[in-house]
Write a protein that binds this ligand. Structure first.
Ligand SMILES: Cc1cc2nc3c(=O)[nH]c(=O)nc-3n(C[C@H](O)[C@H](O)[C@H](O)COP(=O)(O)OP(=O)(O)OC[C@H]3O[C@@H](n4cnc5c(N)ncnc54)[C@H](O)[C@@H]3O)c2cc1C
Length: 285
């Protein structure tokens, strides 16, 4: 784990951070995974495969059917080559829309409650610049309140925030900007090059000087990635849970239910795994 810079209190006091030599001080605001949080699912997949688990990625679950023997049949793959997977238990750890689609024939209440959950899309623009030319940055990034009318809604000074990234960059620094607020999908219809341009301009504006030449850039779009917790969300999720509870061997997990942050998502995954184990244990008796 990597404790990293930074966090400034509203009064400008640093709450923790990295010394000029790159060491972190006690009380850092952020904790991450060295190599990035994306290394976590990869490590988990390696561990599971080593224990004989088959993992199939890039495979769309199209339909969920109930077999005559009470087991579940998941229809997967492209429409021209649909394959049936028979399962004693199924965990739907999917975004809201496909979960609703798969549940609809079996749990109409759940499907309808899920259909009422709106989602927001985002794009993350990552920029690479020469670290020496960039110089010191104040803090680890910033948030832009909607009233400012800017296009970017936040920026992370990634190499300042994460010590492992600063080291891996070997003189190249990385910054990110996120674009796309709930209900403002139009901005994401702009081409990648325009998103990069506006990110460069607005980060420069925020730090009070233009960014040095951009050595490389990447735009990652996350369509419908963030469920919106509108008023009444908890009631809606109660309906989903009650409806799914009537389907033996089916569980749901993910960002739609108890919070969008990774810790909350992991909690739903653990709960689904425990319920699945219970179901399988009882079925084996
Ligand atoms: C840009 C961005 C930045 C974020 N930053 C943070 C952060 O700093 N800290 C934090 O705590 N949280 C953060 N979050 C939130 C958090 O990452 C997500 O809420 C969480 O990862 C969602 O996990 P999930 O398992 O519910 O969904 P996902 O990780 O989206 O997994 C759902 C999976 O289902 C697959 N799928 C979809 N349809 C089907 C289908 N029909 N059949 C089979 N598979 C299907 C998808 O391909 C995907 O792999 C961020 C989110 C975004 C978008």
């Amino acid at each position: 784990m990597d404790r990293a810079l930074v966090g400034r209190t509203p009064g400008g006091r640093t709450t923790g951070g990295r010394t000029p030599g790159g060491r972190t001080t006690a009380g850092s605001a952020f904790v991450g995974v060295r190599g990035g949080v994306g290394s976590l699912p990869r490590a988990l997949a390696d561990l599971l495969r080593a224990r004989g688990v088959t993992i199939r990625t890039g495979t769309i679950a199209r339909e969920l059917r109930r077999g005559d023997d009470g087991r579940w049949v998941v229809l997967v793959g492209p429409t021209i080559a649909v394959e049936e997977i028979v399962a004693d238990s199924v965990v739907l750890a999917l975004p809201t829309a496909p979960t609703a689609r798969l549940l609809r024939p079996h749990a109409r209440d759940a499907a309808e409650a899920l259909a009422g959950v709106e989602t927001a899309s985002m794009a993350i623009v990552t920029l690479a610049v020469d670290a020496a030319a960039l110089g010191e940055l104040p803090g680890s990034g910033f948030l832009v309140p909607p009233v400012e009318g800017w296009t970017i809604k936040a920026s992370t000074f990634s190499s300042t925030k994460w010590g492992w990234l600063e080291a891996a960059g070997r003189g190249t620094a990385y910054l990110r900007a996120s674009i796309g607020r709930a209900g403002e999908a139009a901005v994401l219809q702009r081409p990648d090059a325009e998103l990069v341009e506006v990110a460069v301009a607005e980060i420069g504006r925020a730090i009070g000087r233009p960014l040095p030449p951009i050595l490389d850039r990447h735009v990652q779009r996350w369509g419908g990635a963030l469920p919106q917790y509108a008023v009444g969300h908890a009631d809606r999720i109660d309906v989903v849970r009650a409806s799914v509870a009537r389907l033996p061997g089916v569980e749901v997990a993910g960002a739609t239910y108890e919070g969008v942050g990774i810790p909350a998502v992991v909690r739903t995954g653990r709960a689904a795994a425990a319920a699945t184990l219970d179901h399988l244990t009882q079925a084996a008796r």
